[in-house]
Design a protein around this ligand. Structure first.
Ligand SMILES: Cc1ncc(COP(=O)(O)O)c(C=O)c1O
Length: 429
């Protein structure tokens, strides 16, 4: 397998690339990530770098490139097998139950829109106002939006109260779906998913987990968490190419009209207009030729991460995160954004504001003068981020806080040097 990209974690950040091919080539470690030496990527929460194992899986399959589920040739059969094996790898990685559907989508946004499309008639959806837009906007307009909670415990209590109220006097058979994030994309704070799932089920509701930010950092086990649906994005999970997944209970999905109509989703099409019998299972919502390479790349990452010592990876990331947060806290005029107490668990994401500086200007300076990539803006969680900026400014007594925030996020391949370079650049701003 050859590729011209360099696994950046095998290199000091500013070193010359090592030869990639030939006898001097370093052994690829499955969880190395690709990158460009000299460029410090601290924007994993938007899109994580591609894992070597994903690039290798794609490179290996490319010569076999052919149709999926549509051809009798050997190339095609191998591609079909690879696609279905990727589905199994994703299912194993996410702890799917035997009868869950594993549906490839384009990303988390697509997966949650698919679930919204599959809701039974008269369903009620309950979310928190702190969700990413992808978990706010797809739901029917009558969705219940609970206020941003002040602690994980308050979230559980608020959901309990809301579901009790919702159930009062209504048909107990009426479908209710709770949709929550596993880790927030603005603050990285973790949500009490298992406790929320218990509450949801106690009230006869189902629960969907937006694991876009949690799955790259911590194991997500559908069965152990007790959630009914999980959505993830491949591009945040070290796999490129626009692949996401919706995993979960098959009944609503099999009863819903296909997400897209067309070949692959239809089991039988007769001569009359609309004389069609739709497939059940994942195929029902995967019409059209699928994104084979994206699925295979994601499957390869899932297999590699599933086999890795995730507790050790988590410890490394937490040590780096603690260094980043402590460094930011020590910088004058910098304040972190948070919903919960500062000690509550988080994944490797920190958003912050700099007093008297527009975030876009700071981000541009970090990029041009220091080769550091961070995110600035409202992070597709506008109501939440505006509120957290105002709260951060109030804690520090700032009168004119910036309109937007900065976000640094880390993961596989992030190093102490990356973090320190950011802190040094911010100190000299
Ligand atoms: C928590 C969360 N949910 C959903 C999404 C949407 O992901 P995608 O853009 O891959 O659809 C994001 C993206 O940042 C996110 O952070």
């Amino acid at each position: 397998m050859n590729t011209t990209l360099t696994p950046v974690t095998t290199l000091p950040w500013a070193a010359e690339p090592l030869p990639w091919t030939g006898p001097g080539r370093p052994a690829t470690r499955p969880l190395d990530v690709l990158g460009v030496p000299g460029q410090i990527n601290l924007d994993y929460a938007a899109t994580a770098p591609c894992a070597s194992v994903a690039a290798d899986a794609v490179t290996e399959l490319l010569p076999w490139y052919a149709s999926v589920h549509r051809g009798a040739g050997q190339l095609s059969r191998r591609c079909t097998l690879a696609y279905e094996r990727a589905r199994e790898e994703v299912a194993d990685f996410l702890g799917a139950r035997a009868d869950d559907h594993v549906i490839f989508t384009r990303n988390t946004t697509d997966a949650l829109n698919l679930l919204a499309h599959a809701l039974p008639a008269a369903s009620t959806v309950v979310t928190f106002a702190s969700e990413h837009h992808a978990n706010l906007l797809p739901w029917p307009s009558a969705a219940v939006r609970l206020p941003v909670p002040a602690s994980p415990g308050a979230a559980v209590r608020a959901l309990d109260a809301a579901l009790r109220e919702l159930r009062r006097g209504t048909d107990p058979g009426r479908p209710v779906l709770v949709a929550v994030t596993g880790a927030g994309n603005v603050t990285g704070e973790r949500w009490p998913v298992a406790a929320l799932a218990r509450v949801a089920h106690r009230h006869g509701a189902r629960i969907a987990l937006d694991a876009a930010q949690l799955a790259p950092h911590a194991p997500v086990d559908i069965a152990a968490l007790g959630v009914d649906y999980v959505a993830v994005s491949g591009h945040k999970l070290y796999a490129p190419f626009g692949t996401g997944v919706l995993v979960g209970r098959g009944d609503w999905l099999d009863a819903a009209p296909p997400y897209l109509s067309g070949g692959g989703a239809s089991a039988y099409v007769g001569p009359a207009t609309h004389q069609v019998r739709w497939a059940t299972g994942p195929a029902r919502h995967e019409a059209g030729t699928p994104n084979l390479l994206g699925a295979v790349a994601l499957g390869a990452v899932c297999a590699a991460l599933g086999a890795a010592d995730r507790a050790a990876l988590h410890d490394d990331e937490q040590a780096l995160l603690a260094r980043l947060r402590a460094g930011l806290a020590a910088l004058p005029g910098v304040e972190e954004l948070r919903l919960f107490d500062a000690a509550e668990p988080r994944v490797g994401i920190v958003s912050f504001v700099v007093a008297g500086r527009e975030s876009a200007t700071v981000a541009a300076e970090l990029a041009t003068a220091h080769g550091i990539g961070v995110r600035d803006g409202l992070f597709c969680a506008h109501p939440l981020t505006r509120r957290l900026i105002a709260e951060a400014a109030a804690r520090r007594g700032w009168r004119n806080p910036p309109a937007t925030a900065l976000r640094a996020s880390i993961g596989l391949g992030s190093t102490v040097e990356h973090v320190d370079r950011l802190l040094t650049a911010l100190a000299g701003r």
